[in-house]
Design a protein around this ligand. Structure first.
Ligand code: PGA
Length: 257
């Protein structure tokens, strides 16, 4: 399975800063052909990013979507609007949206449906909080989030899904999950996708780990048999650190799983 490493910039970088990043970052990326590399800037920088990335292999993603195509939904952005800005992927259900903005499983489901119906490729985020982990509820939280997001989707539309396992306590904390714990979660995620959407969706699924990923630990994750990439926040904000991370993933891939 081709690795997919995505930069989630959250609320960082203006359009001008995005262009500067892209020019710096996109030099000599040919040797990472075996990795899908993806930038997810804020909405306001999407168009600038699309221009700066044109002619490169780096793909473009958004960080959120609304499920209606148009209407009286002040401040929201729909699938057709993202597609107009040459967006290919969209992050859905990030824990900051779930926990800071109150996004529910049923809203996540509607966003998944809208993205898939319009041809955008969702990166669905799931993961437990520290409290849930202490209560040993990780598996039941993942099951609830996956069922909420995926149940009832058309299996024909979900043959190349990306799901990011992002334990909330690991995000931005400097304390990543262990590779073994991430692998265990990834196995559970694949099993649930098989149950909810069938064999083909489970076989085509790519699972990322996210939460304090950097160049010094990415190799541990991508070497695990069920992990196919990473969703990266802090370490993706500087071109140099993101390149170092991709290069470390590439080296580790060359050594084999
Ligand atoms: P982090 O963020 O790499 O800064 O921990 C990851 C994410 O929120 O997707």
């Amino acid at each position: 399975m081709k690795l997919i490493i995505a930069a989630n910039w959250k609320m960082h970088k203006t359009a001008a800063e995005t262009v500067a990043f892209c020019h710096d970052f996109c030099r000599n990326l040919e040797r990472y052909k075996g990795i899908d590399i993806l930038l997810c800037p804020p909405f306001t920088a999407l168009d600038a990013a699309a221009d700066a990335l044109s002619g490169t292999t780096v793909k473009l993603g958004a960080q959120n979507i609304y499920w209606e195509n148009e209407g009286a939904f002040t401040g929201e952005i729909s699938a057709p609007m993202l597609l107009e800005h040459r967006v290919e992927f969209v992050i859905i259900g990030h824990s900051e949206r779930r926990h800071l903005m109150g996004e529910t499983d049923s809203q996540v489901h509607k966003k998944m449906r809208s993205a898939l119906n319009s041809g955008l490729r969702p990166i669905l985020c799931v993961g437990e909080t520290e409290e849930e982990r202490k209560q040993q509820a990780t598996a039941s939280v993942l099951e609830r989030q996956l069922r909420g997001a995926l149940e009832g989707l058309d299996p024909a539309e979900t043959e190349s899904l990306v799901i990011a396992y992002e334990p909330v306590w690991a995000i931005g904390s400097g304390q990543a999950a262990s590779a073994d714990d991430a692998e265990e979660a990834a196995l559970l995620i694949r099993e649930m996708v098989k149950k909810l959407l069938g064999e083909r969706s489970a076989a085509g699924l790519r699972i990322q780990y996210g939460g304090s990923v950097k160049d010094s630990n990415i190799g541990l994750f991508v070497r695990m048999p069920s992990i196919d990439g990473a969703l990266v926040g802090g370490a993706s904000l500087q071109a140099e650190s993101f390149r170092a991370l991709i290069s470390a993933a590439g080296d580790s891939l060359a050594e084999g799983k």
